[in-house]
Design a protein around this ligand. Sequence first.
Ligand code: AR6
Length: 172
Amino acid sequence: MVQVTLKRGDITRVEVDAIVNAANSGLRGGGGVDGAIHAAGGREILDACVQLRRTVLPGGLPTGQAVATTAGRLPARHVIHVVGPVYDPVEDRSALLRSAYTEALRVADDLGAASVAFPAVSAGAYGWPLDDAARLAVTSVLGATTAVREVRFVLFDERTHRAFTAALAAAS
Ligand code: AR6
């Protein structure tokens, strides 16, 4: 089974095989963790994203899906871009958030990645309530069938770290 660890910090500094980016469908960069990854990783990541849009993803990366690029100057070898759902208080979109995690792990398997770091997908600009985002993240990873050995959730602030700590305790 995959080993899950939690860490507070900046995902761009983490030395794992692949880090996951909470991207948008256009793959053109943005704010939050997406902005941080592009800023730290350099132009090579954006060039790879533009190339994907020109070739296999002309309509963009659909919500709940994942695709890999180079990690440019980052210590990780790959960036796996996922698009989490925008939170909707009326429509239950949790299956799409679960899918962002499991699809990222599927892409990690294709890459042969043994260690993967995730941010709290959809828990920032996309407005997902933090406790529920943490629960869905942890249970999706623990329930996934994958060859990835280590998943590290890298949480940017104390509040997010606390929510993930509680979710992991509840799931274990
Ligand atoms: N390392 C780890 N986590 C981070 C970092 C970092 N360097 N920077 C921010 N976070 P968000 P979303 C946390 O908004 O909700 C972008 O503009 C942040 O505190 O980055 O999926 C994209 O282009 C929060 O806990 O992603 C999309 O348009 C978590 O990462 C949109 O935002 C996710 O927040 C995606 O929104």
